[in-house]
Design a protein around this ligand. Structure first.
Ligand code: ZN
Length: 326
């Protein structure tokens, strides 16, 4: 029974619309035990950690401009050092308390002024959380499986990439760019940002941008927070980079196919996507391209379930990148 209840709650939360922070009903929603419980379950389920990239060799040279700027000589590990940036004003960083994943009980975290997406589905006006068409997005790459994905989908898509993977698969990243796919940032090493210090959040973003710039000479506009972990402190840092958060309407929970305790399989995902297509017909779908099985699912959805798609920049009529260097 409990198991059925959990499945029901996960299903409900994956279809629920985000709560706007200026929505006067936000606080009452936060006080609902159902809402709290369902979000707690959803949070723990929202995007798994990606496979560890650290076993693969780094292929991207550490560029001279980054040596000069950072004083370092090689790409960092999973905990990148904070490098001060003159355009970051710490006085503009919102005073929202640090919280760990699934720890949402702090009264300040519950305030609508904190606007936590991971805790309460709260979104701000500059978050992108839906699209006029039903579109796929892929997180956690690039990986050795990304090439199969882009070789088999018939539409341009959006890929939210990890810096630690970009430096290991720069040629695959460049192939995605060459084929016209839109590249966004998914941080340097997939940390849950609301649990980090301001300096650590900046490090996660700056090193991710530098990996993208060193690979394809561009600065990203679109950012997907790992685990949906974003609140107004993280947003106030992200905005100083000129970037915007991209969330989602529909989570495929595709990574659960790899979880031996889960009974979710390909057919479950196809059934859920078809149902969402029927009931909603539009929105952003969350998928992953770091695992062979999730890539195969992405290809099947692209070929046989969804027709016309858009990239995130097309969804909002916005820029592909903040800047492209020649
Ligand atoms: Zn991720």
């Amino acid at each position: 029974m409990l198991f059925l209840l959990i499945i029901l709650l996960i299903t409900l939360t994956s279809f629920s619309a985000p709560v706007l922070s200026d929505d006067s009903s936000t606080i009452s929603k936060l006080k609902s035990p159902f809402e709290t419980l369902s979000r707690l379950i959803s949070k723990e389920s929202t995007t798994s950690p990606p496979p560890s990239p650290m076993l693969s060799p780094i292929k991207l040279p550490f560029p001279d401009w980054l040596k000069q700027f950072t004083g370092l000589t090689e790409w960092p590990d999973l905990n990148p050092p904070y490098i001060p940036l003159d355009f970051i004003n710490f006085n503009l960083i919102a005073d929202v308390p640090i919280h760990d994943q699934a720890q949402c009980d702090n009264p300040q975290t519950r305030l609508s002024s904190s606007c936590s997406f991971d805790c309460f589905n709260c979104v701000e006006a500059d978050d992108i959380y839906t699209c006029s068409k039903l579109v796929q997005t892929f997180d956690d790459g690039p990986s050795q499986h990304t090439k199969k994905l882009i070789s088999n989908i018939k539409t341009k898509t959006t890929l939210f990439t990890l810096g630690v993977n970009i430096i290991r698969y720069p040629e695959i990243y460049r192939e995605c760019v060459d084929q016209g796919h839109l590249m966004g940032s998914h941080t340097w090493s997939h940390k849950f940002l609301p649990s980090l210090s301001n300096q650590e959040i900046i490090a996660q973003i700056e090193w991710s941008i530098w990996a993208m710039n060193a690979t394809s000479n561009h600065l990203p506009k679109w950012f997907r927070p790992p685990y949906g972990g974003i609140d107004n402190r993280v947003r106030s840092i992200l905005r100083q980079f000129g970037m915007q958060a991209v969330l989602w309407d529909f989570d495929t929970f595709d990574w659960k196919m790899l979880d031996t305790k889960s009974i979710r399989n390909e057919e479950d995902i196809y059934k859920d996507v078809k149902q969402f297509k029927t009931t909603s017909g539009k929105g952003i779908i969350l998928e992953h391209d770091a695992i062979a099985r999730t890539v195969d699912v992405g290809i099947e959805i692209n070929k046989n379930i969804l027709d016309e798609q858009l990239t995130i920049s097309q969804c909002v009529g916005g820029l592909n990148y903040i800047k492209i260097f020649n």
